[in-house]
Design a protein around this ligand. Structure first.
Ligand SMILES: [Zn+2]
Length: 77
C-alpha cells in the first residue's frame, strides 16, 4: 500500500530533493487506478516509496477506515 495525493511539491529534505504531498494523502495499491476509498488517481502524484502507514498528517479518513476494516478481516480469517 503506497501513498498518492492530488497535489505535491518538491522540497529539499535532508539535502535531497524529494516530492512531498501537499494535499490529503490517500492509500493506493499497485496496478489500480483507484484509491482505497474509490477516488480516480489518473492525474495524481504517486509516491511509490512512501508507504501509506508512514503518513502521519492529513491522511484520508475513508482510506484509513477501509484499511482498518481489511486488517480486521484478515485477523479473523
Ligand atoms: Zn482516500
Amino acid at each position: 500500500m503506497y501513498s498518492t495525493s492530488q497535489f505535491a511539491e518538491t522540497k529539499l529534505v535532508r539535502a535531497e530533493l524529494q516530492r512531498v504531498p501537499t494535499s490529503q494523502v490517500h492509500a493506493k495499491e499497485m496496478g489500480t487506478t483507484l484509491t482505497v476509498c474509490g477516488e480516480y488517481t489518473t492525474s495524481w502524484f504517486k509516491f511509490w516509496d512512501l508507504p501509506f502507514a508512514n503518513i502521519l498528517e492529513d491522511r484520508c479518513p475513508k482510506c484509513v477506515a477501509a484499511l482498518e476494516t481489511r486488517a480486521r478481516l484478515k485477523k479473523e480469517l
